[in-house]
Design a protein around this ligand. Structure first.
Ligand code: MSP
Length: 511
């Protein structure tokens, strides 16, 4: 059986989750559910990134230990996986013992392979981004302060540090990118990374002396590991590294997709493959970088007070409505916008009018006119065949759209084009006109429409799991008949099956 390993970035825990975190988790959830429904052995990982100076300082301010502080906030993120119906198989916390073991093991491997040396670090450091900032990226702030690219105040750091020999990987990384064109997606990000690496890489400082809240460097307790080395290792910890003979590790490494935001490309597409190759491990297959969500056209930020809480949005609009909106509205990979007007339009037009109305109309009609049973079908004419053919290649074309470039919005557009065909078919065939004079034809039309709803709903399960499950219940589709396997046979509903009384699933949204 083939396998699939997908991860989100692990979130910083210096606050509660916002819409950006939810966006990434939902996208990965769709990928994981899609693969499971295709019968693929899937592992989906998400979690929290807990070490580093930022958390140590925030904990101090609140009079908490870093352990207490990070536990409280990590719980908010784990809670988000529940209220967003995220089907992750594992939730990793980098403060966990197994993660410390894995990170130390990776460090030891790098030492063993002569990839680490000790020296002194001097330079400007961004605590907000947990990264050293190159001279050419520094912005002059007021009163001779130095600011990082995200506008935060930089600190001068001077201390003994271990270094990773990143510079020697410059050419090997360029060769690797050339041989693996799918490693960084979308293409624009790939070009950005290649241009950056082409300028030559400097060795990377990978330990801190003044920091306590982190993973101790093996055999040198005075240092803790650079938080990004520790954080990236989470992808290995979750599949039982350092035991590379473990079944899970063998099955799932290299990961298929690390899905991340555009702000952390360099860590994933430059440092991570270099660390892995240095440790004799394969890099992941694809790093996919999505864009940022803005709110009513502005960047989400605490200081602007426009940070949207996914929990509030679920309460206001409904979970599946939010999941659908986020993946339909914004082409994954590009920046996008969240606005009340846009989500309301999507809920009312796409969900209530198009999809919801299709299923409600057909199921109510069957309920009233076919004794609440799946109707029989009789002779199919050319028009019916033409209609059925529209569905034939849908699953295959969506497969390609989703896994080549994570084109969630295009998958939904394809599905909606079949929903429109179904709505057009019902209007043209007008089964209500046949009630008294051609019952067989009426039943045939309704049967084909019920099969279409089943087909479309099976395909939509990864996007809107709860609502689709309710619609499949209304079609009396058994739980074990809901996988993508069912799509091989369009006419799979059994005539005569008793159906429950239908109820509307997608209400209109009114303020
Ligand atoms: N802890 C690091 C990741 C370590 S992965 C080994 C981190 N954490 S984060 O909490 O700042 O971000 C988590 C993810 O959310 C990242 O992929 C980031 O790009 C994404 N997003 C943060 N803000 C976002 C938006 N406004 N919109 C979309 N995604 C955003 O980075």
């Amino acid at each position: 059986m083939n396998s699939f390993f997908v991860t989100t970035a692990i979130s910083y825990v210096n606050g509660k989750p916002h819409l950006g975190h939810a966006y990434e988790a939902i996208a990965c959830d769709v990928l994981a559910r899609y693969k499971r429904l295709s019968g693929v052995n899937t592992f989906f990982l998400t979690g929290t990134d807990e070490h580093g100076e930022k958390n140590e300082r925030s904990a101090n301010k609140e009079g908490l230990s870093p352990q207490e502080f990070t536990k409280i906030n990590s719980d908010h993120f784990e809670d988000m996986t529940n209220y967003l119906n995220i089907s992750n198989d594992y939730f990793i916390r980098t403060s966990s013992e197994s993660h410390h073991i894995a990170s130390k093991a990776l460090w030891n491997k790098l030492v063993e392979n002569n990839e680490i040396y000790i020296d002194k670090y001097e330079g400007w450091y961004s605590i907000v981004d947990e990264t050293f900032i190159n001279e050419d990226e520094i912005i002059d702030g007021p009163n001779k302060t130095k600011l990082g690219p995200s506008g935060d105040k930089l600190e001068w750091l001077e201390e003994p540090s271990y270094f990773f020999k990143l510079s020697k990987w410059t050419n090997k990384l360029l060769e690797f990118y050339k041989e693996n064109p799918d490693f960084i997606k979308p293409k624009s990000r790939r070009n950005e990374v290649i241009n950056f690496v082409k300028q030559g890489l400097n060795d990377l400082s990978i330990s801190r002396q003044r920091l306590k809240w982190g993973i101790k460097v093996p055999n040198d307790n005075k240092h803790v590991m650079y938080v990004w080395l520790d954080a990236l290792t989470n992808y290995l910890t979750a599949i039982n590294y350092p035991d590379i003979s473990d079944k899970k590790f063998k099955c799932f490494w290299p990961a298929d997709f690390h899905v991340i935001g555009k702000d952390i490309v360099r860590f994933h597409a430059v440092y991570w493959p270099a660390f892995l190759m240095s440790a004799g491990l394969e890099p992941p297959k694809t790093i996919f970088c999505h864009g940022f969500l803005n709110i009513n056209g502005s960047k989400m930020s605490k200081s602007l007070g426009n940070v949207l809480s996914p929990k509030d949005l679920v309460e206001k609009y409904g979970l599946d409505q939010l999941r659908y909106f986020l993946l339909r509205e914004v082409p994954f990979g590009q920046d996008g916008n969240f606005s009340h007007t846009q989500i309301t339009q999507r809920i009312n037009n796409d969900l209530a009018n198009d999809y919801g109305n299709l299923s409600q109309r057909v199921l109510s009609f069957i309920n009233k006119n076919c004794s609440s049973q799946i109707p029989e079908y009789f002779e199919l004419n050319e028009l019916d065949q033409k209609y059925i053919n529209k569905f034939k290649s849908l699953n295959k074309s969506c497969d390609k759209l989703i896994f080549d470039n994570l084109e969630f919005h295009n998958v939904l557009i394809e599905i909606w084009s079949c929903i429109s065909s179904a709505n057009q078919y019902i209007d043209e065939q007008a089964p209500w006109k046949l009630k008294n004079n051609n019952n067989k034809r009426m039943e045939t039309i309704l049967y084909l429409l019920a099969c279409s709803i089943k087909y479309l709903t099976i395909m939509l399960q990864p996007f809107m799991p709860s609502s689709c499950s309710l619609i499949l219940d209304q079609l009396a589709v058994e739980n074990n008949n809901r996988s993508f396997n069912e799509l091989n046979n369009f006419l799979s509903l059994k005539p005569g099956t008793q159906l429950p009384k239908p109820t509307g699933i997608f209400p209109r949204f009114t303020d």
